[in-house]
Design a protein around this ligand. Structure first.
Ligand code: AKG
Ligand code: FE2
Length: 251
């Protein structure tokens, strides 16, 4: 049997501070976290999943692995080996998940023109979000939360115009996440700034993209989108084993 490809990054000896993105706390970005061979394998596994695994939303589709996250607890579902490999390797990065290893993976698939509305991930997964991207890049936008000035500015405009202008006026910074990269968000990047991906087919980089320079790109550069699959890998606390569910025992 062919062995599965290995990660190009040696996670055991990785010092996460070497990958810190200058700017708002705390963002870490590891380019080429997975190899091209792994990228192809991830895309193949995602696409092999049976159709009922997918939830179709208006602007993307998703697969949920590890159980249904719920504040009262999650009935844990064993992760398939091809995903466990990544929860294990990310869980072993020093200083990231500590004593709460990742146990949940949300797979999002975006075709060109699709995206995700600005949002916070909520308290359930606090304090860490990690994301592997494959297939294409994304520009992840970060917005400051609504304050009183925004509310009064909005009330003087029509609702459609105000929604669009209020998001762009609240844009604080963006990150370019390239295929095969790992992104780690903690602290204010988790619970203060909302994050979202615009529903467009081509990204034109601006001076708000704080990691463009280190990646050798400049404002004005254009990146055509292809289909992107992201694996959002997080820790859900309070899990129960599926066996208990069989006997109707709840927590
Ligand atoms: O695809 C991404 O990188 C973002 C996904 C996301 O924000 C989410 O699922 O909560
Ligand atoms: Fe999110």
């Amino acid at each position: 049997m062919a062995t599965s490809p290995t990660l190009p990054v040696d996670v055991g000896s990785l010092n996460i501070e070497d990958y810190k993105v200058e700017g708002p706390s705390s963002i870490y970005y590891i380019p080429a976290f997975v190899s091209e061979a792994e990228e192809s394998l991830i895309l193949r596994r995602v696409n092999e999943a049976p159709l009922p695994r997918w939830t179709q939303l208006s602007n993307r589709r998703l697969q949920n692995w590890g159980g249904d996250p719920h504040p009262k607890g999650m009935i844990a579902e064993a992760l398939p080996d091809w995903l466990k490999k990544y929860t294990d390797s990310i869980g072993s990065i020093k200083g990231i998940f500590e004593n709460s290893p990742p146990n949940h993976v949300l797979v999002n698939e975006y075709r060109p023109g699709q995206g995700i509305m600005p949002h916070l991930d909520g308290p359930l997964f606090y304090p860490t979000i990690t994301t592997i991207s494959v297939g294409s890049h994304a520009v992840l936008n970060f917005y400051r939360p609504l304050d009183c000035d925004d509310v009064s500015a909005e009330s003087s405009q029509s609702s459609e115009t105000s929604q669009m202008s209020s998001w762009s006026s609240r844009l604080e910074f963006s990150l370019l996440v390239q295929p095969r990269s790992l992104l780690i968000l903690r602290d204010k990047a988790y619970d203060y700034y909302l994050h979202g991906i615009e529903e467009i087919c081509k990204d034109e980089l601006t001076d708000k993209v704080i990691n463009a320079g280190v990646l050798g790109l400049s404002p004005g550069d254009e990146l055509q989108r292809a289909t992107r699959v992201s694996l959002t890998i997080r820790h859900v606390p309070k899990t129960t084993k599926p066996m208990l569910k069989l006997f109707g025992i709840r927590r």
